[in-house]
Design a protein around this ligand. Structure first.
Ligand SMILES: [Zn+2]
Length: 260
């Protein structure tokens, strides 16, 4: 009898299973994840020109970018005001194309300097705008990225009642995504070009057995605080894609994939 395609697939499936079984039986536990080093470049603020270009560069490498934008589309910050910001038309388009678009405050307020109730009000207002204007946005899957990476213990305790997780200042290397993980910490570097800082943190990450690097970046070339060159981003993604243990993911997707 001529084997059908179905039979062939069954044979291949059985063989793969047979090969996998002894490893599981020998160790008595699940196989470790194939990837051991996660990298998230967490781009803040929402510059129209840079974010469109960042998305293009990620797409060229079949990757999803991690883009964090202010809900009001404007910010009282000297480094942000100098360049035009995108709007929800662009954010919806980039999301449709597979990128992650997450909240970065209502108007980029430093929430740590405000009374708790005012800060909470601004977070809620920000999330309301996202729910209303960003197609498919679900706060329960969202990562709230603190403006200036400035949080307080009270806000950190309250945020998980509103969103899946939050990103604030701290060490750049986080543990591998796990259940119950609500706090992500990151570093950034500026106001000048921050490429050397990214390279330094990557070296630290790769020297470890495993970990999750969350580096907070901003615009490309001359845009925003602590920018990187578009050419550097291209070269960096290529460099990382060549490393077998490394996976490049946006923060929310990393949590959804490994800590659901
Ligand atoms: Zn910002």
């Amino acid at each position: 009898m001529k084997p059908s395609r179905r039979t062939f697939l069954n044979v291949v499936g059985t063989t793969a299973l047979t090969l996998a079984l002894p490893t599981v039986a020998r160790t008595g536990e699940a196989l470790p994840p194939r990837k051991t080093h996660l990298v998230t470049l967490s781009f803040d603020d929402g510059f129209k020109k840079s974010f469109a270009r960042i998305a293009e560069i990620y797409e060229k490498h079949r990757l999803s970018a991690c883009l964090n934008v202010v809900a009001a589309g404007l910010a009282d910050d000297a480094y942000i005001k100098t360049s035009p910001l995108g709007d929800f038309e662009l954010w919806n388009e980039l999301k449709r194309r597979g990128h992650e678009v997450m909240p970065h405050g209502y108007r980029h307020e430093n929430l740590a300097r405000l009374p708790l109730d005012q800060a909470q009000e601004l977070v809620k207002r920000c999330l309301d705008v996202f729910s209303e204007r960003l197609s498919g946005f679900d706060p329960k899957q969202a990562v709230f990225n603190f403006p200036y990476n400035a949080s307080t213990p009270e806000l950190e305790r309250w945020l998980p009642t509103q969103v899946r997780a939050f990103r604030t200042g701290g060490g750049a290397i986080n543990p591998w995504p796990h259940r119950g993980q609500v706090k992500l910490t990151c570093v950034s570097s500026g106001p000048g070009n921050c490429e050397a800082a990214i390279d330094r943190e990557l070296e630290r990450l790769l020297a470890r057995k495993s970990g999750w690097l969350v580096f907070n970046t901003h615009g490309l070339d001359e845009e925003g605080w602590g920018p990187i060159r578009a050419a550097y981003l291209e070269e960096l993604l290529e460099r990382l894609l060549a490393l077998e243990t490394v996976e490049i993911l946006p923060a929310g997707r990393a949590l959804a994939k490994y800590a659901a």
